[in-house]
Design a binder for this molecule. Structure first.
Ligand SMILES: [Zn+2]
Length: 818
């Protein structure tokens, strides 16, 4: 009886406290969980809270998506804290320099990074409401930052699709269409990038804008809310092995503290959950690892559901999983997270400070040299991460040499780029730069290597002693080339993406550009294959030629060398047949069913946001010979072409290539060109192991045994034939990121990049059987067929948009292979 009275009293108290704030259900006009809320409705609720409870909530935009949806953060705390929010933030950041003295916990909750894991945003509304009402006491010493939707374009793609296709009332039969999104699903963002793979590489506008604010706060706790398959129970911290070695004992232990608190509530309700399995903490570009490497307790929570679940679905066990259930679970862990943070605010602050000030890693400095544009691209990434860097005087550095894989002493050039771990972001430096991250367990489902010197194609030394870098400052972003109308020609180098962007811009402006298939020297200067030659004569009919060329070279900070003659000292003169005019190619990329959404998206994003050159997106249904005639280049992104590549399509493609088309086949598309079509590419046959079973594998160990066949992402040193136009701008070797063990034989001619017998990865994990399979195989190559060409890209240089040094291969495929 007494208990009932207490409950009644409490309910009355809550009711008064909450009476002026509408719950999500009251505001939206439907009970939360009975409809999917569209993004603008969600923002409207947060706006309403910011206006109604303005002393405790502030809502701030931090950017826009590709489709112009607003990106917003809600800051929630006690009225007292909100008055001093700037001071709280500034004091908290002092901790990163070891100077802070604060006991306020900062918790950042990120919802709906995967658009069709759509419960998250709904749960966020219930969570903020509860924090403002029943759970307001947690906010006395805690600031909660809520991102209601990291990926609004993906979420609305899902929600709009669902509303268009759903049954009324909704149908829990898993076969009904409302549970099958189809090819273009809502998981990724506009460009089909997975934003939960982009925290470190920042190729997407959502990540770029978010990280600016993230760095202004560097929370103690960060949660990324997700969903997994319909039949899975809930997953929360602690995570599975492998853990990256930089994750501190406190970060490990505190995940357990939080996990146990969640378990308490889940046990009370009789809900299932699991921990310590599947979701590991290694690859640095996730919403859990990236925060961990920046001092937070970074965690992923996974509800069963995702795009298949709709408003309700029958599970394998015969139960119905509803959106309301899913909301209840994410809501519970969100609140429980804030509760634990609030209860441990002092400890979180102490440990956060320790994280930022205790940096004692084996490698103290990374010293980098190479092409100026590549160095510049890397420093731009460092600036986004607020990683400090400097420039060294000429010096001798002993350390691990990335190119040879050996420890040696090297003389570095004046003004080498130096990035040291002795700085607040030192842990992140180690994770992103170290040659080979220590893998505590090879069972991981993502790439196992990403080291930035390899990704950017730079010479690098990892030094165990700190290298001084007395000079600060960014690389100048200007070109001082003076363009005049009477100059015979201008010559530009061809080394990387900046050069490709420059060329693309010239072609769009109808400026004619040549390139040399052979190296040459002129007026005492040597030029490599692929060097761009822009002559007065080729452009004599273009009136504003000099003005435009001047504008474009300035825009791309592209230095050009003027020359008064086309008579070269060595090599072929500018009038020679080995100096080709670059065609302003009309380019198409295949989309739809046979392609992978992510890999199609990488090509799409490459054209529109990186190269800035037009591309036509061809729906696979329309692929026939008539359509193709208009295009010079057709790109087949990675995918599953088995049933798509029937004889007719093969014949049509073959005919089109024969008549001068250029086909670029990536990853899984290559298999589709094998065999009957007449293209010469061939899968490598590997001898099967003897059928004699030499040792028994226990049932329990069968998964572990399977990793022998696995490459999930490792870096390999390959050989390069840089006389092949596909490899112009490269040296004798190239570090490729291999994502699988697809293996093709060398081409008769045109093998441009390839693996030899030795296939020990330079970094990352590769299973012993997989390594045998990829020995002596093709990485990139060209085949001439009739008047046209086929370009094979077994590895994907556009993977997640971050392998900067591979992108020139792709540009070569577009413009140099002719
Ligand atoms: Zn997810």
């Amino acid at each position: 009886m007494k208990r009932i009275l207490v409950v009644l009293f409490l309910t009355a108290y809550i009711a008064t406290n909450a009476q002026n704030i509408k719950s999500p259900s009251e505001f939206l006009g439907y009970e939360l969980g009975t409809e999917f809320s569209r993004h603008h409705e969600v923002i409207a609720y947060y706006n309403y809270l910011a206006q109604t409870v303005s002393d405790r909530v502030s809502l701030k935009p931090y950017g826009k998506t590709n489709e112009r949806r607003p990106l917003m953060l809600a800051y929630v705390s006690s009225a007292e804290n909100m008055k001093n929010i700037e001071t709280i933030r500034a004091n908290h950041l002092k901790n990163t320099r070891g100077e802070g003295n604060t006991e306020v916990a900062i918790v950042w909750l990120s919802y709906n990074v995967h658009g069709n894991e759509s419960v998250s945003t709904e749960a966020s509304m219930q969570t903020i409401y509860e924090l403002l009402t029943k759970k307001a006491s947690y906010l006395k010493n805690t600031v909660v930052i809520i991102d209601p939707c990291i990926n609004p374009d993906g979420r609305d793609r899902y929600v709009n699709w669902y509303n268009e296709n759903r049954n009324t009332p909704n149908n829990v039969d898993p076969k009904s269409k409302e549970h099958h999104e189809g090819w273009l699903n809502g998981r990724a963002n506009h460009y089909m990038f997975d934003l939960n793979r982009d925290w470190a590489w920042l190729t997407q506008v959502e990540s770029q804008q978010r990280l600016k604010v993230y760095n202004q706060w560097l929370p103690h706790v960060h949660v990324d809310f997700h969903e997994q398959g319909v039949d899975s129970p809930y997953y929360f911290a602690p995570a599975a092995e492998p853990y990256h070695e930089v994750i501190t004992n406190f970060q490990r232990d505190f995940q357990v503290t939080i996990g146990k608190n969640h378990a308490k509530y889940f046990d009370e309700n009789g809900w299932f959950y699991f921990t310590k399995e599947v979701f590991d903490l290694f690859y640095p570009s996730y919403g859990d690892t990236y925060p961990l490497y920046n001092g937070a307790i970074g965690m992923t929570y996974e509800q069963g559901g995702s795009g298949r679940a709709g408003l309700g679905i029958l599970t394998r066990s015969g139960d119905t999983l509803t959106l309301k259930d899913r909301i209840a679970h994410h809501f519970t862990t969100g609140i429980s997270t804030v509760e634990v943070a609030s209860g441990n605010a002092k400890k979180l602050n102490e440990e956060f400070k320790k994280f930022y000030t205790n940096k004692n890693f084996k490698y103290k400095s990374y010293v980098l040299n190479g092409d100026n544009d590549k160095i510049k691209a890397l420093t731009q990434l460092l600036e986004q991460h607020e990683i400090e860097y400097g420039w060294s005087d000429a010096t001798t550095v002993k350390g691990f040499d990335y190119g040879s894989g050996k420890t040696k002493s090297s003389k570095t050039k004046n003004e080498s780029l130096v990035v040291s771990t002795d700085q607040p972001k030192g842990t992140l430096v180690k994770v992103l730069f170290e040659p080979n991250a220590k893998l505590s367990d090879s069972l991981t489902y993502d790439i196992t290597a990403w080291s930035l010197p390899y990704a950017y194609g730079l010479e690098a030394i990892a030094s165990e002693t700190k290298v001084n870098s007395p000079k600060a400052g960014s690389i100048s972003n200007t070109s001082n080339t003076i363009i005049t109308e009477n100059t015979y020609a201008y010559i530009g180098t061809w080394n990387g993406m900046n050069d490709a962007r420059f060329l693309a811009n010239l072609l769009k402006e109808n400026i004619k550009v040549k390139f040399s298939k052979k190296p040459f020297s002129l007026e005492g200067q040597k030029y490599d294959r692929g060097s761009l030659i822009i002559t007065k004569s080729d452009n004599r009919n273009k009136k504003d030629f000099a003005i435009k060329l001047s504008e474009i070279s300035k825009k791309h900070a592209k230095q050009l060398t003027p020359t008064s003659t086309g008579f070269v000292d060595r090599g072929d003169d500018f009038g020679s047949s080995s100096v080709h005019l670059i065609k302003k190619n009309n380019i198409a990329v295949l989309t739809g069913k046979p392609t992978s959404t992510l890999q199609f998206g990488e090509v799409w994003h490459f054209f529109e946001q990186q190269l800035k050159y037009p591309v036509t997106v061809l729906e696979s249904d329309y692929l026939n010979a008539e359509d193709l005639e208009e295009y010079d280049v057709l790109i087949l992104p990675d995918g599953w072409y088995g049933s798509f590549m029937n004889n007719n399509i093969q014949k049509e493609l073959k005919e089109w290539v024969k008549n001068g088309g250029k086909l670029i086949a990536m990853g899984g598309a290559i298999e589709g060109l094998e065999g009957k079509s007449g293209f010469s590419i061939k899968s490598k046959k590997t001898e099967k192991d003897s059928t004699l079973i030499k040792h028994l594998i226990t049932y329990e160990n069968s998964e572990r045994e399977g990793i022998k066949d696995l490459i999930t992402g490792a870096i390999f040193k390959t050989k390069v034939d840089h006389t092949n136009p596909l490899a112009f701008g490269y040296g004798d070797s190239y570090f490729t990121l291999k994502l699988g063990d697809d293996s093709f034989e060398y081409l008769k001619e045109g093998t441009a990049v390839y693996l030899e017998e030795e296939t020990t990865p330079a970094a990352g994990f590769a299973g012993s059987e997989a390594r045998k399979r990829i020995a002596n195989t093709l990485v990139f190559g060209t085949e001439n067929y009739g008047r046209g060409h086929v370009v094979y890209m077994v590895d994907n240089p556009l993977f997640r948009g971050f392998w900067e040094n591979g992108k020139l291969f792709f540009a070569n495929a577009l413009f140099m292979v002719d």
